[in-house]
Design a protein around this ligand. Sequence first.
Ligand code: ACO
Ligand code: LMR
Length: 264
Amino acid sequence: GKVRAPTHIISTISDDRGEEPCYAGVPMSTIIEQGYGVGDVISLLWFKRSLPRYCTQFIEICIMLCADHGPCVSGAHNSIVTARAGKDLVSSLVSGLLTIGPRFGGAIDDAARYFKDACDRGLTPYEFVEGMKKKGIRVPGIGHRIKSRDNRDKRVQLLQKYAHTHFPSVKYMEYAVQVETYTLSKANNLVMNVDGAIGSLFLDLLSGSGMFTKQEIDEIVEIGYLNGLFVLARSIGLIGHTFDQKRLKQPLYRHPWEDVLYTK
Ligand code: ACO
Ligand code: LMR
């Protein structure tokens, strides 16, 4: 019989060999003719399955809500400075993307990991938060530079409202809210942020949709798929900021001396 030479690459999400490309087995014509959206395409290419409409709509809402947060945040600032240095689109985009991490936009996976672990182990918010403090770890998904108890993040409220209406269970989000209630008793700015909302709600999506086994959920959380939502979403804004600077023909940026504390 035929002997198949071992391949150097294994790929399971898409196939471009036939008459038309397929995403997780779904042909491009079906994607277009059946009116699939970006949420469906993400479901196919990241999760290798079609998810129910309320899930794909939730994914799209995450993308829309995280697309931009003004010019002052780390990512936009970097993209703006890079564009003003005369660099190209890709350089300006990645310069912004490189700021996404544990403090900015990239706390979604850790929020999901820690909330899941604490909730599954039945820790009280007090035990969880104080346990994190003892380990010297800030609670991912909690805290914001400009948002606070009296100036809540509208994005978080919109995500919570959507999930309350459409998700069969919001167990993890409710746990995150209890954690927030406790952290707010410590300081006013320790609100649930958008990373914490997406992290906890995605756990609810994964476990409540009935579309994933427990093992698959653990794998998704362990590998860390969820920061991808912020990376993808914020790319939209970073590209916008790059075009904006170029359209405005902004000169090379130099930070003002007055805004630097020169000291020994
Ligand atoms: N958990 C516990 N304590 C916290 C947390 C937290 N998440 N955030 C702040 N604190 C407390 C700490 O006591 C901190 O003191 P420390 O520096 O000794 O740890 C104190 O509040 C003061 O913190 P600041 O540095 O003033 O807070 P800042 O406003 O600079 O930080 C930030 C905002 C970076 C978001 C912070 O709250 C944090 O690290 N959160 C966790 C990571 C996270 O969720 N990032 C995503 C933010 S949303 C987004 O980027 C789209
Ligand atoms: C964002 O979405 O960029 C933020 O929540 C961070 C910020 O400081 O506004």
